[in-house]
Ligand binder design. Structure first.
Ligand code: DC
Length: 225
């Protein structure tokens, strides 16, 4: 591989295994892994903390006034900072997931986060995951992958993760929320979730994590060789 910066965009719906497999693939390739969902989640948490209705577009836009959202990388691990405070754990709750999906439909929020994402990608070889990375944020990424899996399998994976954290959510609640979020994310007017035309489609239903990572690494190596 040459010294040029390599950008890999991985998009897809929630629970498709983007973050776990992208993190592992990035480690193997010596790239940084950037989880852009964490940025929208931090803005969602900011709105929840201020008791803002996350469906109120102008209130969400106004909530950006004076806040800072940053990503820092320590030993390859990403942390998300809201006004300098590490909110990496707080952003993972089900209310934060829904708030993130709501605020991500607000154009001012997307504009607010755009430069930060572009800047990281311009300076680092990275795998960046999200919903609009291949279509909007990094349209010139050398590699674009669209990762998906059935809603039931994605809900099962999310449910297992939440259970491991001691959450009391039921499988049905997780599935319902996931379907609602899929709908929101793919039907919003701005930067909706959809595969970039030049992306490689990878369906991970029934595919083990090891296999997913291997497939992702193979796609990347093939594209950049
Ligand atoms: O990937 P995630 O589940 O952490 O993302 C949380 C929400 O943020 C998701 O429902 C949609 C939004 N999002 C987005 O609109 N664009 C991105 N690039 C990443 C996430």
């Amino acid at each position: 591989m040459s010294n040029t910066v390599i950008n890999v965009a991985i998009d897809g719906p929630g629970g498709a295994g983007k973050s776990t497999s992208a993190r592992a693939a990035a480690k193997e390739l010596g790239f940084i892994y950037v989880d852009t969902g964490a940025l929208y989640r931090a803005i969602g948490v900011n709105a929840l903390r201020k008791n803002i209705d996350t469906k109120d577009v102008s209130a969400v836009a106004a909530s950006l006034e004076g806040i800072s959202v940053d990503l820092v990388f320590e030993n390859g691990e990403q942390k998300v900072l809201l006004n300098g405070e590490d909110v990496s754990t707080e952003i993972r709750t089900p209310p934060a997931s829904m708030a993130a999906s709501d605020v991500s439909a607000v154009p001012e929020v997307r504009a607010f986060l755009f430069d930060l994402q572009r800047d990281i990608a311009s300076r680092n070889s990275c795998i960046m995951d999200g919903r609009d990375i291949g279509t909007v944020v990094l349209p010139d990424a050398q590699v674009k992958i669209f990762l998906t899996a059935s809603a039931e399998e994605r809900a099962q994976r999310r449910f297992a993760e939440l259970q491991a954290k001691g959450s009391s959510s039921t499988y049905q609640q997780v599935l319902d929320e996931l379907i609602e979020r899929d709908y929101n994310d793919s039907h919003r007017e701005i930067a909706p979730l959809k595969p970039a035309e030049d992306s490689v489609l990878l369906d991970t239903t029934g595919v083990s994590l090891e296999e997913q990572v291997e497939k992702i690494i193979n796609i990347i190596k093939e594209k950049i060789s």
